[in-house]
Structure formats: C-alpha cells, structure tokens
Design a protein around this ligand. Sequence first.
Ligand code: NDP
Ligand code: MG
Length: 366
Amino acid sequence: MKKVIIFGASGSVGRSAIELAKANPAQFKIVGASAGSRFKGLKKTAAELNIKHVLDTRGEMTTEVITSFIAQCEPDIVLNAVSGFAGLRFTLATLESNLPLALANKESLVAAGDFVMALSQERRAPIIPVDSEHSAIWQCLINDRTEIKPFHKIYLTCSGGPFFGQTDLSTVTPHQALEHPNWDMGAGITIDSATLANKCLEFFEAMHLFEATKDQVEIVIHPQSVVHSMVQFADSSIIAQLSPPSMQLPIAYALNYPERSECGLPSPDFSALDLNFRTPDKSTFRTLQVLEHCAAHMQNLPTVFNAVNEEARNAFIRGEISFLRIFEILEAVTSQTRVKPLESLEHIYEVDQSARAMAKSLIHKP
Ligand code: NDP
Ligand code: MG
C-alpha cells in the first residue's frame, strides 16, 4: 500500500488520481491533498475517502508551508498535479523532503529544470514523469529499473490539437480552442495544446528529464494520440509506447513505479487502428519557431516562454486578445529578452515576474 499526497487534487489530473485510488484501495491510500478555488469540493472528497490532511492553497504557499504539510502526512510519494509556474514550490518542497515525485507539473522543469534536476539528484529523490509523452519515453528507456539507457533520439508525439491541418487561425474563439479532439484536460493545457505551446513546454521538459540536447528531441504530429512517444537507439531501432489516450495509465505507472498493475484500459482493436505521422506546420503554429529560438539559447528563455505563455493564453481565455496574438506576444517578449544564465531560484522568480510584466503590457496595449 502506497501513501500518496496529491497536490492539485481538484484539477483534471488530480481527480483522475483520486479515481485511481478509489478504484484500488488496497494499492493506494491518499494521506494528503490540496486545492484552492475548489477547496470546498475537496473537503467533501476528503470526508468520503478519509483523507486525513487537506491544504487550502489560497493562503500563502511558501516552500516551508508545503514542506511542513508533507511532513504531517508522512507519504511514500507525492503527485504534483498543480497547474502552472505555481507548481514549482510544490516540486521543490517534495524533493527537499527527500521523497519520490510523480510530476505532472511540467512547468517546474521548464522554468527551473537545472535546479530541479540537481535537487532531485542531491536528495536522491527520483522524479517520475506523469506527462503521457514523458511517461512513454521513460517506459522506453528504463529497462532494468535503475538506469536510463543511452539513446540517440526522442520522438515527442503531438496530436496537433483541434486545429491540426488548418492554416488560418485568425478567427479561432476560446470555445473552439477549448475542444480538444483526444484529451479532456484543464483549460490552460487545453489552450496550450491548441497553440502547440504545450508541446514546446514538453520539449524543454524532455531535455531536462532525459538530459537530451535540442537536436535529440523531435516533434512528430500523430493525430490519434495512441503512440505516446518513441525513442531511437544507436542502431536505429525505435521503441514506442502505445495505449489509449487516457491519463489513467501514466498516473498509475508513476505512482506504482517500479511495478505495473491493472488500470482498466481496453486493449486496442488492431484491425481498426489507423496510425498516422506528420511533420509539424511551423509557419501556422508559430510557437514552434519561438521554441527553436529558445531551445538554441536555453538559460532564461524557457522560463520566459512559460511565463509569457501563461499570461497570454489566460488573456485569450478571458477574451482579451485573439488567438494569433498569443503567438505575437510570445515572439515579442522572447526575442526582446537578453539571454542570461539563471543564477538562483530567487533569480528564476524575478525572471518569471518581469516576463509576465512585459507580456501584460502587450496584452493591454490597444
Ligand atoms: P487543472 O487546471 O485541471 O487543475 C489545476 C490544479 O492546480 C487544481 O487543483 C488547482 O486548484 C491547482 N492550482 C492552480 N493554481 C494553483 C496555485 N497557484 N497554487 C496551488 N494550486 C493551484 O490542471 P490539469 O490537471 O489539467 O493540469 C495540472 C498539471 O498537469 C499541469 O502542469 C499540466 O500541464 C499537467 N498535465 C495535465 C494533463 C491533463 O491531462 N490534464 C496531461 C499532462 C500534464 P483549484 O482549481 O482548486 O484552485
Ligand atoms: Mg503531454
């Protein structure tokens, strides 16, 4: 029986994890959970499932507050399913508590990857990816349960989002962008899947998790979301991970790691399975051009990319800017940012804040 904390328990990944624990009471016991605006709902769930400790994240969330919450819960593993840059503190607090981290919050790695990976090593606190692509890569790379095999290349698959195949995105509305063809997710990541910003974040996430260079990661469009990513080795052999598009498997895999267990997914009907692969359209999905610039320089640029993207896509959801304006704001701020090394965690918070301020000034420009 594994004792689990779920940070971000009221969200899409968090609720899937709760369902998983509910369906497998002999395997998982939720010992702590957090929510913010949906805290009331979480309290109800906590009463139902006998979750002893709950954290209302609307209060000030310093790393110390989170660390002492973790200590009270005495978990075996922590799932970070908080959305956005705010998830970074939950990642740091978990690693500082020397605990394994099942990581859905990709923004922690995008904004502070070098610090997070170094802390994970220093504390011997492994990070097990929950993002489906990275879970797939991990499953392709880990064969003896301890070591990551040397690889030649990672093929990061991407559904293409709801606008795959379109070249004019000038009239896209938030309602249209919130309809993802394959995945049911929180609003932020759903818009990021429509702009392909999500894939850019995942590109940086893969670089950090697997110590890959930018040339070792390639984005491949795969509209069916059945192949969750692939890894190529020195002899050109490619190993892929396939499963239906459901977060149940990557969540269960990360929480169970290194074991595997039943998670209720159907086997594929191969006679009806049609798998296609395409090259991404960089001229329509201009986030990919911004990615190229940021990946070529790294340092502070991924942190800036993440901050600007969060601000711009939230403004799009609120109806304040057009879909194409998300691309323009990302292009403007990342190209105007001086490339500088990230010196400390405090510096990362400053870089995040100033990038947000620049993005906001462009959002509010008439
Ligand atoms: P949701 O928006 O559905 O949920 C986000 C969760 O984070 C909620 O519990 C929310 O609490 C909490 N939260 C939001 N802001 C803060 C904050 N400032 N401090 C503390 N908690 C906060 O997001 P998803 O579940 O879709 O995504 C969560 C993470 O997982 C993201 O990083 C996403 O990129 C990643 N991911 C998601 C996938 C998916 O299928 N949804 C797939 C792969 C990765 P409340 O709402 O109560 O305020
Ligand atoms: Mg993903």
